[in-house]
Design a binder for this molecule. Structure first.
Ligand code: FES
Length: 346
């Protein structure tokens, strides 16, 4: 087999150097070598990895012009997840986070088996898997799950907190036509092989902070937020926490006993579920309306003091509605971390 050409990539202004194999994207090379640069979809659609090519020869694989406009391409902007190197490169990271870089974990594949699939609601289930070797990750990150033989790979955030172990749990929304989630309705069984590749993601718990922590989720966005909350509880850190969760009806709520368990250990914690389509049978006395409205109302009333951090995970329309509300409530944009979940890609 012919040797694969290897080039050197230098990232500025951070001065980090790494290798990239010919045929490998710059982003994949960074993942492989444990260099965590900004990323989101990993497939040329979200613009999170947009950077500036200072020097070198590249080719860009297919990408969306929503992520990289023609005028940007003309001025040497590139998407790291679509960039193939044909010489040594110098790349300026336009968007980077020292915290993210310092907490990089090399991406690897972890073979494992399915151990349990349990229903949490009519369309949300919990998948538990056991890996052959322990995986390191930060609370809030995700892996790509692949079921060998089925040709589907999907990104899912861990619901379990990181503990250096081999067991991972995921809270997954099931779509009747979901390529992966449909496997969870009777096809995938305990004992079946599964492969987790990761960790990925930049929406993970920043540790050692004291200001209020705002968590906002909907649907299976509960998964990373539950990991973040559980990790916070285990850390023993103390900070005011408001956990907002948007659901349609009472039947869409779950983990209520577990929330009560965490609440008992936290001095200043409120779980604030809100129903957007409460029915008479729900006899619901809690918050109603869309979750971004409830976040706006609550943060206005409470006027929490201190530098806030906010994490929001769930369907894209929910995140798009919540982000400006968080900023209006005084959360600095660089302290808002979010992960948009879409059924097909992330
Ligand atoms: S465009 Fe590269 S990670 Fe989304």
């Amino acid at each position: 087999m012919a040797d694969v050409a290897v080039h050197t990539v230098r990232f500025e202004p951070v001065g980090i150097e790494m290798d990239v194999n010919e045929g490998e994207t710059v982003l994949d090379a960074a993942f492989r070598q444990g260099i965590s640069v900004m990323h989101g979809c990993k497939e040329g659609q979200c613009a999170s990895c947009k950077s500036l090519l200072i020097d070198g020869e590249i080719e860009l694989m297919k990408y969306s012009t929503f992520a990289l406009m023609e005028s940007e391409r003309d001025t040497d902007h590139i998407l790291l997840c679509r960039t193939l190197a044909f010489s040594d490169l110098t790349i300026e990271l336009l968007n980077y986070d020292e915290d993210l870089l310092s907490r990089s974990i090399a991406v690897k594949s972890f073979p494992g088996t399915v151990t349990a699939i349990e229903s949490l609601t009519h369309d949300i289930c919990k998948l538990t898997i056991e890996l052959e070797a322990p995986i390191r990750f930060w609370a809030g990150q995700y892996v790509d799950l692949e079921v060998p033989g089925h040709g589907v790979t999907r990104a899912y955030s861990m619901a379990s907190p990181p503990n250096g172990g081999t067991t991972l749990a995921f809270i997954i929304k099931q779509y009747a036509d979901g390529a992966f989630s449909a496997l969870l309705s009777g096809i995938l069984k305990p004992g079946d092989a599964i492969v987790a590749k990761g960790p990925y993601g930049t929406c993970f718990r920043r540790e050692g902070r004291t200001g209020p922590l705002i968590l906002v989720g909907g649907g299976s966005g509960m998964s990373p937020l539950w990991s973040i909350l559980s990790d916070h509880v285990a850390s023993g850190e103390q900070r005011p926490i408001r956990f907002f969760y948007g659901a349609r009806t009472r039947a869409d709520l779950f983990l209520l006993e577990e929330f009560a368990g965490h609440a008992a250990k936290l001095p200043d914690f409120r779980f604030i579920p809100a129903l957007s389509h409460a029915t008479a049978e729900d006899a619901w006395e809690g918050e109603t309306g869309f979750i971004h409205e409830v976040v706006a109302r609550t943060l206005k009333q409470e006027r929490l003091q201190g530098d806030m951090d906010a994490y929001s995970c769930g369907p894209p329309p929910m995140i798009d509605a919540v982000l400006p509300i968080l900023q209006m409530a005084g959360v600095e944009p660089e302290r808002i971390y979010f992960d948009k979940f879409t059924p097909a890609t992330r």
